[in-house]
Design a protein around this ligand. Sequence first.
Ligand code: BES
Ligand code: ZN
Ligand code: ZN
Length: 504
Amino acid sequence: MIDIKLGFLKEWKADKHPLVLFVPQDASSPEGAAGLPEKLTEPLLSQARQDGFKGREGDALLVRPLNAAPAERVYWVGVGKKADVAPEVLRRSAARAVKGLEALGIKEAAMVLPRGGRSGDDLDVRAFVEGLILGQYRFDRHKSAPARNGTGPVEKIRLLLGDAGVSLQDVKEAAAAARLYAEATALARDLVNEPPSRMNPARLAEEATVLAGPQVTVKVFQGAELEKLGMGALIGVGSGGAVPPRLVELIYKPVGKSRRTVALVGKGITFDSGGLSLKPAQSMETMKDDMSGAAAVIGVFKALPALKPPVEVRGYLAIAENMPGGRAQKPGDVLKTFSGKTIEVLNTDAEGRLVLSDALAYAGSKKPDVMIDIATLTGACVIALGHLVAAILSPDKGLSDAILRAGEEAGEPFWPLPLVKEYQPDIKSKIADVKNIGGRRGEAGTIIGGLFLQEFVPSGIPWAHLDIAGPSWTDSDGPLCPTGGTGHPVRTLLRYIESLSKKG
Ligand code: BES
Ligand code: ZN
Ligand code: ZN
């Protein structure tokens, strides 16, 4: 894990390690480097520019200064247009910087923090430090030989504050929070990336159990206990799997007084074959990611004890594998849920809403102040919003706005979709209370999914449904995340929980 030490630029002494400077394409000096004399940086930057470095986002160049310079080697990293330098640009640029250093075989460097340092909640600092850590994320535990392109990861960064007026303590706090966010995200990625026969329902529940500690309790319900609770939908989905389903309950209690109780409900389908309504082979290729909602909740719980928000957080993981087989549920089956409502299963591939119906009703029965479910629920959502944006569906404008804002600050975009009441009759069943698919050839699939879930949320509890089918997974390598699970929306959830502790 990368070691990040903080200090002031004016107290720093150059050594053999390179100095990393971030610079916009339309500026003549690096960002945040007020502590460096311009007579040193200006000729240095023009040397780099002569060598082809433009300063666009993604540009980077290592130079050995010809004349007097702050260090023996300077690594220039572009951040694009100065006016566009937002926290997300810093997040990506920090990630590109560590990747670039690694490719050059550099293990240690000093970096001038490009911006920020105004408070412990400084979004620039947080984004930058998240980028340093997320930029190093890899999932190579199943490779027989490591695939790193240099000699190994960057081990140590000395992060320098150019502005002497900034509080070192504030920056330290922001950096510590950022590390928790990034490590929580990395855990969620690891859980998603692990092959599905390994990350089966037993293993996923176990991954939650290991988070138990003084502030966190974890309970796993399975077999006869699930039957006794009456979780017929979770049992129905899991009945085709070789490893039986689980419901996991995690409870984080703050040390002091709790201001609010937030319930996070995660879809934990460790593999979605579609069940008897079998998916085509290609659609199955990434279906180990169908437990991304549960993985995100586990990620959040990893961070909570150290982040210490004064909020009680309860996590509910609805875990099953959705497989065909002689014991699998069949289209036409009717399931009795924890809530007492019955569901006619017409398509076994619409299984996420089934397992969540039990988990949402159970979470709701404990009367939290807020409920949020996180699910790779519908392919329709990927069609509508693509791989970069998640959908949020909520009847509660205040909650929806708070999550949208948290997502924006976290660098995990959401977009609202309406819960159109007029579509509700689409999920009425002739022989049970509801059916698990709509009537009109998949029209408004994401909204239908949300309306179905709403049936199982007790009225009066503010609730939001996050459909992360798109952004839970990326099929190309990016600066912040390689191909595979992304850990979306761990940082949004943490940010939202932190935002509750600021309000009265
Ligand atoms: N896990 C899938 C949704 C999904 C699709 C996630 C693509 C990520 C990428 C979900 O269980 C599913 O199969 N949903 C069906 C619902 C339909 C049968 C009503 C879908 O979207 O096709
Ligand atoms: Zn499915
Ligand atoms: Zn699914």
